[in-house]
Write a protein that binds this ligand. Structure first.
Ligand SMILES: [Zn+2]
Ligand SMILES: [Zn+2]
Length: 203
């Protein structure tokens, strides 16, 4: 599986393009929709999934325009299903004191669900704590997209709607079950080795 970062997305979020043969998934569509669509057509890729690591405003900027343009549904963990439509729950209001509404995602994700991308697998790992429905995506046992659960040298904040510090740290400890040599691709900032990133936040 290939991964490319269409950074910068809005507000400095990473927007990842996963591909396997001619099949593609966008994880956290924070980049401009035209940029994403042009990229897909330039590479001859068919978009199969629009995936969210969680429902915060800085990761969902293009979900409506991208699904309108491609007809591809949006997937989010069921515990974050109502975040895009509610600026208070997705933190947009907190930052900008304005309402903004996105449409509800069509599909929900469950822990351990496997999504097929071409001939390869994306496994959903529920890692609540930053939000209640935060997930990581394990791609073919090669790399892990960690959203705002785990960054190269820190972890996500837990003071927003649905956040819980105890739950977040349990999720981080659970990531020790995966190979420390996996590369992580976080929702913000640089990629890192999983073991090193966990060593930075767990004592
Ligand atoms: Zn977030
Ligand atoms: Zn974020």
């Amino acid at each position: 599986m290939k991964i490319e970062n269409l950074y910068p997305g809005a507000w400095g979020s990473n927007c990842y393009l996963l591909s396997s043969d001619s099949h593609a998934a966008i994880v956290d569509p924070s980049a401009n929709t035209d940029t994403i669509v042009n990229h897909l057509s330039h590479k001859g890729l068919t978009l199969d999934y629009i995936l969210l690591t969680h429902g915060h405003f800085d990761h969902i900027v293009s979900i409506d325009t991208l699904r309108d343009k491609t007809g591809v549904p949006v997937y989010v963990h069921e515990a974050d299903l109502l975040l895009p439509e509610d600026a208070h729950k997705n933190a947009f209001y907190l930052f900008f004191r304005m309402e903004r509404q996105y449409r509800r995602p069509e599909k929900t994700l469950r822990d351990r669900q496997i999504l097929r991308l071409g001939e390869e697998n994306i496994r959903v790992i529920h890692t609540p704590g930053h939000t209640a429905g935060g997930v990581c995506f394990l791609c073919n046992d090669e790399f892990l997209l960690t959203g705002d659960t785990l960054f190269a040298d820190s972890y996500g904040r837990y003071d927003l709607y649905g956040g819980d510090v105890t739950v977040l740290f349990q999720s981080l400890r659970d990531l020790r079950n995966f190979s420390p040599d996996l590369t992580i691709y976080p929702g913000h900032g640089e990629s890192a080795r999983l073991g090193d990133a966990l060593d930075n936040v767990l004592y």
